[in-house]
Write a protein that binds this ligand. Structure first.
Ligand SMILES: *Cc1c(COP(=O)(O)O)cnc(C)c1O
Length: 227
């Protein structure tokens, strides 16, 4: 058995290695620890080990854990799951970044529920498969969605997010994501983030320019049974 500290440190080393091999600076890359299905106490343990970015894919869990840990002001919550429009307000109250904006209606809902002049950072999730159930905007519609998000005053467009398909070489999939990021930057020069790479494929993501890695099980250990 390994400890949480050992697993986190192994991932930190793995990211540093991948960055070195890609000729990139480690500081360009943000590790988001994905803590879904694990209790708030595990997030606290990660915080004590220096983690400041955590990711959740379900609104109820995001809301509950961020409320439980609200005393940690420099802990940043990233929402990375498929979002229902009616959950926009709850998501916006807890997350500083939403990675999974994939349609104009969701962007509108997130914009409408702003409560003060704090901007919400958003990424456009791009669907790398032909399956609409996987979430994400089809690549052909990326620019149209970007223009829409840019028109909304309380959202700050930061970049693109993607999940590699199970049936494609991740290096190839992330090369496509990089092209989408370049296309987005042509419209929004400040949208420089690329959220890509999970436990199984983060090294390939770093090689393809990812700036934000979403890593769960390699850090937390296996997820408890889904409730
Ligand atoms: C669960 C999840 C991750 C992390 O997956 P691991 O394979 O456990 O690293 C990353 N991104 C999204 C969107 C997820 O839902």
């Amino acid at each position: 058995m390994t400890t949480l500290a050992e697993r986190l440190s192994a991932i930190d080393d793995g990211i540093a290695d991948a960055a070195r091999r890609a000729g990139r600076a480690r500081e360009e890359i943000t590790l988001i620890a994905v803590t879904k299905f694990h209790p708030a106490s595990l997030v606290q343990d990660l915080y004590d080990l220096g983690v400041r970015h955590v990711g959740e894919n379900r609104q109820q869990e995001l809301s509950a854990k961020s409320a439980a840990l609200s005393a940690l002001p420099d802990l940043r919550w990233h929402f990375i799951g498929q979002a229902q429009t009616k959950k926009a307000s709850a998501i916006r109250r807890s997350a500083e970044v939403v990675h999974s904006v994939d349609r104009a209606r969701l962007a509108d809902a997130l914009d409408r529920v702003a409560v003060d002049d704090t901007l919400l950072d958003v990424l456009l999730q791009v669907n790398l498969t032909e399956d609409p159930e996987r979430g994400g905007v089809p690549p052909a519609e990326l620019e149209r969605l970007a223009e829409h998000v840019l028109s909304l005053p309380t959202l700050r467009l930061r970049g693109v997010m993607a999940v590699a398909p199970l049936d494609e070489d991740p290096a190839q999939a992330f090369a496509r994501v990089y092209e989408y990021a370049v296309r987005l930057r042509a419209l929004a020069p400040d949208a420089t983030w690329i959220s890509a790479g999970m436990t199984a494929d983060y090294a390939e993501a770093v090689a393809a320019g990812a700036t934000h890695l979403r890593i769960g099980s390699a850090i937390t250990g296996p997820r408890p049974a889904q409730g």
